[in-house]
Design a protein. Structure first.
Length: 153
């Protein structure tokens, strides 16, 4: 195959990958803080690595939850996604079990880092929504469907 054909093939392949969401471009909302896609998020969640989430993963996850479970919050901004990751880290959340344990906690017991106090109430609402069994089941089902669609599962 000549160089020109190879270049066209690679360009078309990259365009298809971008259009199908197989990777996030760095200038997109979910590609500028570590990058994320439903596929990369699926790998982290399937292995239970909540502590490995970056802000872009949080944005993809909340987008899926919002769309699938009709969760009552707007699209998460870059600042709020970073604040959520800081909150996850501050509360020692490494696994899905750790996240579920938040549901039974008094909201006053959730640690909110000083740098994110201006988003405190919104973060608590999102964490409570994400920790609910209904939301986790809907999110699990959607991510499982995506995994099967893309041949990951």
């Amino acid at each position: 195959m000549n160089t020109r054909r190879m270049s066209v093939l690679v360009t078309c392949g990259l365009c298809l990958l971008a259009l199908t969401g197989c990777f996030a471009l760095p200038w997109t909302r979910t590609g500028n803080q570590g990058g994320s896609t439903p596929i990369s998020l699926l790998g982290k969640l399937a292995s239970g690595r909540i502590g490995d989430l970056n802000p872009d993963d949080v944005q993809v996850m909340t987008d899926v939850v919002r769309d699938v479970a009709n969760a009552p919050f707007d699209a998460v901004s870059d600042d709020l996604a970073a604040a959520i990751v800081e909150t996850i880290d501050a509360n020692g959340i490494d696994t899905l079990d750790d996240l579920q344990a938040l549901e039974g906690k008094d909201p006053e017991d959730i640690v909110i880092p000083d740098s994110v106090l201006e988003n405190e109430e919104e973060i608590r609402e999102i964490i409570a929504t994400l920790a609910s069994p209904e939301t986790q089941q809907a999110m699990h089902q959607e991510l499982q469907n995506l995994g099967q669609q893309f041949g990951v599962l």
